[in-house]
Write a protein that binds this ligand. Sequence first.
Ligand code: ZN
Length: 700
Amino acid sequence: MRKDDTSLQDNPLLQKTDLPLFDQIKPEHVIPAVRHILSRAETNLQKIEKNAAPTWNDLLKPLEELEVPFEYAWGPIGHLLGVKNSEELREAHESVLNEVVSFSLRLNQSPVIYKTLEVIRNGDEWTKLDPAQQRVIELKLRAARHAGVALEGQEKERFNEIANELSQLQTKFSNNVLDATKQFSLTITKPEDIKGWPENLKQLSAQSYNQENPEDEKKASGDAGPWRITLDLPSFIPFMQHSQNRQQRHELYHAYITRASEGDWDNRNIIQKILALRKEKAHLLGFNSFAELSLDSKMAPDVQAVDRMSQELITAARPYSDADFKDMQKLATDSGQTDPLEHWDLAYWSERLREKRFEYTENEIRQYFQLPKVIEGLFSLVQRLFSIIVEPDNQAIPKWHPDVQYYKVLDKDGKPLASFFLDPYSRPHEKRGGAWMDECLGRRWLDNKLRLPVIHLCCNGTPPVGDQPSLMSFGEVTTLFHEFGHGLQGMLTQIDYAAVSGINGVEWDAVELPSQFMENWCYHQPTLTGMTAHVETGEPLPDELFYKIKAAKNYQSGYATIRQLLFGMSDMRLHNEFNPDGTEPPSEVYRALARKLLPIPPYESEQFLCAFGHIFGGGYSAGYYSYKWAEVLSADAFSAFEEAGLDNAVAISETGARFRDTILATGGAAHPMQVFKRFRGREPSTEALLRHSGLNGKTA
Ligand code: ZN
């Protein structure tokens, strides 16, 4: 350590400890620690490049070691940004973010490393490696190829130009959507127009009015207005579901579906350019289309396989979607609407029908789901399924908040396998929304010792009030199961190379398999009822409420499925056979599919693609289908347990052992299709998903 680095000795981000020192890390530690790590990593990388010899020990091992200091410093910083955010921390993170990104780009695009990896791939060393090691190398080669490492001269130059331009266009696309969304609002002043609104929408829209009109002396209130409705989803969705003023619903829908399609924020040309550049990029890398490039790093083998899945689901869901529509039309007519249903009526009548069919309140359900009892039920389920024991670890562990719990996971003979942090409750002032699983430390060899994985599970559940435990909504329960499913893949991995252990290296259309698989158990009556106890009476969830929860899951699943497929297929058509230089506008691809699939023709002024941020602003391009693909996998995996008999303890634990040994133990260390086949004995089928969604021609 140099003289001017003395303060580094006390920096908690640079200590060699079992767990990151979450209780000691402060924003002021970030910049010095990260710069220190980066400069050492740069020196080490130069050494690796200089001595690069085509063997695992000379190249891959030092590359793996390069990551370790980042795990103890950069990892915890990212984690704290999510759970203990502050302005100081954000600033510190931002000031070093670019340096970390450039280093990782330089690492992944190093021509020397790429060439040496290729020598390993094509030489004698290859046969000496185990399949997980081979997979590490394949994934590195693939990522480098997709980043253009193999290109030279003019082609390389053009490739970099395209990458730059694409990144600017995608940012511009997203900004246009944001700006166009912000620019519109509808102010409502007449009390008769808020009839039927939920309390929360009244409050939110009065608050929004006050924020926009700070100079008004008289403040808006939830009961007296004025109410300001915007195109942000928390305002837009409840308005469309509850507003009884059809004219206003039409106005709002029009604004929403034509966002960013004209004037200063017109995305139409940007879409055309993005599609053309993506196509050119794919050609430079040797693919026929951008869709082929995207699928090269996914589980789905090719465009045909994705299309086949979509077609099967469409054929099954279409009659249900049409029937859902007829039900809504009937209710509307019976309730006195004389005009046929239009797009701005669907959310409204769908809600009315839902209320009519499944009358229960979230609050009623909550009384049965006490967090400690739900957790107990979850742990006993995974013990039955996977023969593992989960118990609290009461050692003094460095934590970032007193509500955080720390657990260890043991094999049935008591051998430690992993551990995890559970941060269960919402803390809006410092914790981001949603729920997520993240790796704290991956499984790998370190100083000749096997380091076991440590996982973060973060939820935003309802905190306990008074001396009552946290009472969970059903959504919070399924979310906990979902994240725990990701956690299981992180914790039960048997792979010792961090790049492919746990969820690392899993193709992203397969990564939701274990998580959605776990959600299925929330609809298995004995499992669900077993973890309920009414907070006052101690009674388990009554049958009647269970059946309602189960039926509500599949409410309008036909229509929902068709909509998802419409988005997914539009994405695939645009990135596969569509010609961005031709005369047909991209919007026509969407409209043609919408005419074929939806029960009513697309709205005449519709410009849906102009705000389709998933595929033009984010990372879902030629990947939107992944949502459905992963659902097919998880439902099909669960059906293996159904076939064994959900109430047959022996059969369940045998099937569970197979699931653990394949999907959970292998994770990213083999191609997901191979792993799936090892578990299921065949390729995935859509049968189970259709049956679980009530789309298989039988009534449940
Ligand atoms: Zn997930």
